[in-house]
Design a binder for this molecule. Sequence first.
Ligand code: PMV
Length: 355
Amino acid sequence: MDVYKERNHFFVTKTHSVIKKFSLSPVTAVAHSNIAMIKYWGKRSVEYNLPAVGSISLTLDALHTRTTLQFSDTLKEDQLILNDQDASATALKRLSDFLDTAAGNSDRPKAKVISENNFPTGAGLASSASGFAALALAAGKAMGQSLSDEALSRLARMGSGSAARSIYGGFSEMQLGTKDDGSEDFAVPLQDENYWDVRLLVAVTSDEKKELGSTEGMLRTAKTAPYYEHWVSSHPNDLREMRQAIADKDFEKTGELTEHSCFKMHGLAMAAKPPILYWNAATTETIHRVWILRKNGIPAYVTIDAGPQVKILCLPESVEAVKSALSEIDGVRSVIEAKPGPGAYIMETVNETII
Ligand code: PMV
């Protein structure tokens, strides 16, 4: 392998005749979080981070990660500042592994990465989705690659399965590939953020990091939950129905399918040994309140990820009624209101050096 510098702006490596040109200028990318309406839970390969089932999600305008990445020919190790603090060793290792993958596991310069979420990290608000989507975009650009959305989605997937969907705005679908190398496992757009004015209210019931990460949770579920095979085999039908409901803009059907997929996933996880329960008392209280609203004629539906927050899907005209019901629940600390949000993008105007 040869390494040489070119006018101080690039770091160029050559491995097996492949020349890679790393820009030493900072690159900033923004990606929005997404919430799965048809959930992904289970992996068919941990090495390539391949999902066992497809998924359909909504990207949200209110929750985002902004990431600046700069490669350097002087840094000895990668550095990660997450929400103004030095990241943990685990988070740093995840970053380094991801950058190695993005560089095709060839030699690469070390990078400094500064990443900020405008919402609690690691608490079931899909910070890994927006985080790895922003990182994939920034890394791809800094590596001088002009990647298609498909390729970016595949790369983001290597960091976190849900991140594959945050490349796109609005509604998107993570496809389930058939190959072992993951070449077919990427997300595709279904409808952009202007297609359907729905709302998603996030009832934040805890700011604490979850105790059990999604990978561990998925592996335990696949190994020990008695209904796991049925979860996998019945999934294509859930996806098919959701695609149709979104295409028809059938809100009731979309809500019912969203809620069903949520309880199907959590019921499955609860049936693992030892059981996996991401909820707290306020989570359950919120579910019941939303069901009461529905009995009273307000179309609102819950969904929950690997954490205790409850996300409520509703229409713009129901937002005030849902907010008012949530404000009466003791354990609900705050409510974030989101609309369909945009896909990931590079901020061309930000180019201050961070090293
Ligand atoms: O992509 P991960 O590893 O953060 O897993 C996401 C799992 C769920 O959020 C529970 C479901 C989903 O499809 O986003």
